[in-house]
Every structure is written in C-alpha cells, then in structure tokens.
Ligand binder design. Structure first.
Ligand code: MF3
Ligand code: CO
Ligand code: CO
Length: 289
C-alpha cells in the first residue's frame, strides 16, 4: 500500500505525509537502494509510544536503583526477586520476566560463569568474591523498559573486577558509536573492539533487541560486527545494547534441566551491562540503565 503525499502520515501525528515523514521515508529508501538493511515502520516508534517507553525505562531504572543497596554478601537471590516484584508493583508496574515464555521469576540474576537468564533461587546466597548481573524488565502502561547492571560482592579478584569494568566500557563505547543514519554494525564493531583489545570475547548467539512496545522486537542486536554493516539506525528506534563479555572463550550452553540458565562452556566468568536506548534526530537518549 502506497501512501499519498496528502494522506495522513503513518506516524499518527495527524499531519499530511508530505509535511511529516515523507522525506524521512525517502532517505531510508535511498539507503535501501544502496544495499542497506533498513527498519520497517513497525519498529519506528511514534511520539506517543516514545513517551510511554521513556516512562517505562524510567520506572525500570527506579527498580534497579531500589535493589542496589541489597545486592550484598549473604543476600538470598530468591528474596531479592520477591523484593523486586513487590517494589515494581508498588510503583504501578509489572515485572515483564514473570511468566514470560514460562520464566518462573521476576528478574534474572546471573552470577560468575552464568552468562545470562540465571533464575533466582532460595539455594543461592551471594558470597564474597561473586560478580553478579541483575537484569530487570518493567512493564508500565503496556510499554517496556529493560536494563541490567553488574555488582561486585565484597573482595572481588582484580581479574573479575576488570572484566566488570571493561564490559561497562564496552557498552559506553558501543553507545558512542550509535547514531542516527549509522548502522548496528558501527555499534557492534566498537563494542567488540574494546572487548578484544582487553583479551575478552563476546558471546555470539545472544544479543540485544528492539524493545518498548514489546519485550523483544526486531531488530536482533549483535555485539560483533563491521562498521557500515547491519541494520540502518533511524530516529524513533528503541533497542537494547547488552553485550555478554567472557573472560575466556565465547562458547556458551543452556542448562538442560531448567531450560533457561546460560553458562560459559569453559567455566570462566562472564559479565554484562544492558542499556535501553532511543535513536533521536541528533544522537541517542538512554531510556534505562
Ligand atoms: N531481560 C532479558 C533481556 O535483556 C530477557 C530475560 S527473558 C526472561 O533481554 F524470561 F529470562 F526473563
Ligand atoms: Co534485560
Ligand atoms: Co534485553
């Protein structure tokens, strides 16, 4: 279906197409003709959706801020999960993980050699020397915010502390390389370059994702790539940057019993930070971190 110059724009602004997204669409078409993978309208958010996702991101950041002081030696991870669920509901939101494709808890807590999707458990108590990722996703008025942070418990080895810090730097470098009318490959290249330069590897099979109207939307966001490759980034896209950085080999496997937990194959530690970002007219905006 072709949209006429004088028809209403697809973005819901109420303006005529020619006065709204027509030149924007032509610019995208130009890239497409030059061989770029380009985003479809379904993943370019309207102003109203951006407002909703921004609020969901803000609430998700509040949940991470709330739980931060409790991520200490001796904390029971199932209790942390209950606290996160209760606080999320208290601020008028819903934990997105709970029941998502059968996931049993409200948050993912991934310790040491767990790469991601660790399930909180009564049996796991945070101990001195652990590095732990807390990954929260919050639904607010139907919109989604998703982010994760690392924490160091007590006396963490210099090696593990460095992994945690470099992984955060990977996200910061990735973010700096993320811009409107650039590509996901620009971001991935910067991210992987920093990991590699520090002797680390990035997990290939699992990545970030479009996020906001749904939990996991297009595009899939890899963190290994080449500049100028991968999907074109345009204003209105919202997605996560969430590299999983391994101290050793990049290989991972899934726990056959619980069907969720992802471990490093070599048993060495892995770290991850996750930001939810919006592509704006002139840069990026962090919606949750
Ligand atoms: N929050 C994770 C992500 O960053 C997804 C967790 S899905 C769950 O995409 F079901 F394990 F919670
Ligand atoms: Co997440
Ligand atoms: Co995510």
């Amino acid at each position: 279906m072709k949209i006429g110059r004088n028809d209403k724009c697809w973005c819901g602004s109420g303006k005529k197409y020619k006065a709204c997204h027509m030149s924007f669409d032509n610019r995208i078409k130009d890239f497409q003709n030059r061989g770029f993978v380009v985003p479809h309208h379904g993943i370019i958010k309207t102003a109203e959706q951006i407002e909703g996702i921004r609020e969901a991101g803000r609430k998700n950041t509040m949940v991470l801020d709330y739980i931060t002081p409790y991520i200490v030696e001796g904390a029971n991870t199932a209790e942390l999960d209950r606290m996160i669920e209760a606080y999320t509901r208290e601020i008028g939101c819903i934990p997105a993980c709970l029941g998502y494709q059968g996931y049993p808890k409200s948050v993912c807590i991934s310790v040491n050699d767990i790469v991601c999707h660790g399930i909180p458990s009564e049996d796991y108590i945070l101990k001195d020397g652990d590095i732990v990722n807390i990954d929260c996703t919050t639904i607010c008025n139907g919109y989604y915010g998703d982010a994760s942070r690392m924490f160091c418990i007590g006396n963490v080895s210099e090696e593990k502390r460095k992994l945690v810090e470099v992984t955060k730097e990977c996200v910061e470098k990735a973010l700096a390389a993320t811009k409107p009318w650039g590509t996901l490959g620009d971001m991935a290249y910067a991210c992987n370059k920093h990991a590699t330069e520090n002797g680390y590897t990035i997990v290939r099979e699992i990545g970030g994702h479009g996020c906001g109207v749904e939990f996991h939307e297009d595009p899939w966001v890899g963190h290994i790539g080449q500049p100028g490759e991968g999907m074109l980034l345009v204003p209105g896209m919202t997605f996560t940057i969430e590299p999983m950085v391994n101290m050793g080999k990049p290989d991972v496997y899934q726990d056959a019993d619980d069907g969720w937990t992802i471990y490093t194959e070599d048993g060495l530690p892995s770290a991850q930070w996750e930001y939810l970002v919006l592509i704006t007219e002139d840069g990026t905006e962090i919606l949750s971190h």
